[in-house]
Design a protein around this ligand. Structure first.
Ligand code: GLU
Length: 272
């Protein structure tokens, strides 16, 4: 009889422990948390046309559309996304503090960043370029030596430009808005960043142009916290990106936000 009671108790505790563990696991698993919460919280740029920008009071762009497509896959409703503004200097801390579930923010995969965040599959390819005022005598990156160039702090462009033009005089800004405003006010002879972002400025300002050469080959990816709780979310997002690529949706997004008419995309945008 005592044996039977002991076996029963062991069985009960196994059931209890297994049950608890499964429930606890679900409580911590980010994808389950998001499903329960009923909305995806995504860090995006508000100043990086054509990826994440505000025009006519509306937040829009390639990265914004990706977030809506992910919400559609997770909830069956593309509207269930809350957007939080991030920039290149604060995006990793906003992700790692838990303020957002993920970053879809023109973020280039780099070995240094891979030490602090996890990346999805790449969803867009770009390259570093240089924007100048038409009519200036800057023809190549070497001509930037001794000249003032605007960069956005925390970007790959900020890090790479010194390698190509060691004597460049850099002026850094926290946001693209501030950097571009300074460029408009002629506080520098050039601005450097991803060709896609610079092309967003040239779309509205034909007095500027992008030099034909690219100085890097970069891939944009979605960033997640580097913790086990984010693993299933990352898997789900990778499945979604793979499907979006296979079904041609990523190409559709590219033609929507970067019309072929724009010469500035010729160099790198054709890669994908
Ligand atoms: N893609 C570059 C980077 O991740 C620059 C664009 C950005 O500001 O996010 O640093």
């Amino acid at each position: 009889m005592i044996k039977k009671i002991i076996s029963c108790l062991i069985l009960l505790s196994v059931v209890f422990i297994t049950g608890c563990t499964k429930k606890e696991k679900e409580d911590r698993d980010l994808l389950s948390v998001i499903k329960k919460r009923g909305e995806l919280v995504v860090g995006v740029k508000f100043d990086s046309k054509p990826f994440g920008f505000i025009e006519n009071g509306k937040l829009q762009g390639y990265d914004i559309d990706i977030a809506h497509l992910l919400a559609k896959r997770i909830f069956g409703n593309e509207k269930l996304v809350r957007f939080v503004e991030v920039n290149a200097s604060n995006r990793i801390s906003k992700l790692n503090s838990g303020e957002v579930d993920m970053l879809i923010a023109t973020m280039t995969i780099s070995p240094k960043r891979m030490e602090v965040v996890d990346f999805s599959l790449p969803y867009f390819y770009t390259g570093q370029a240089i924007m100048i005022r038409k009519g200036t005598d800057i023809k190549t990156v070497g001509d930037l030596n001794g000249r003032r160039v605007i960069v956005v702090l925390g970007t790959t462009g900020e890090k790479n430009i010194r390698y190509f033009a060691p004597d460049v005089v850099l002026t850094g800004y926290r946001t693209y808005q501030e950097g571009f405003e300074a460029f408009l006010q002629r506080r520098a002879q050039a601005m450097t960043s991803d060709d896609t972002i610079l092309a967003g400025f040239v779309m509205d300002h034909p007095e500027f142009k992008i030099l034909p050469q690219r100085y890097s080959q970069d891939a944009y990816a979605i960033a997640f916290r580097k913790d086990p709780q984010s693993a299933s979310l990352k898997t789900e997002v990778n499945l979604a990106l793979d499907e979006l690529r296979r079904k041609g949706h990523l190409n559709l997004l590219k033609s929507r936000w970067m019309p072929a008419a724009s010469d500035n995309f010729k160099e790198s945008a054709g890669k994908k």
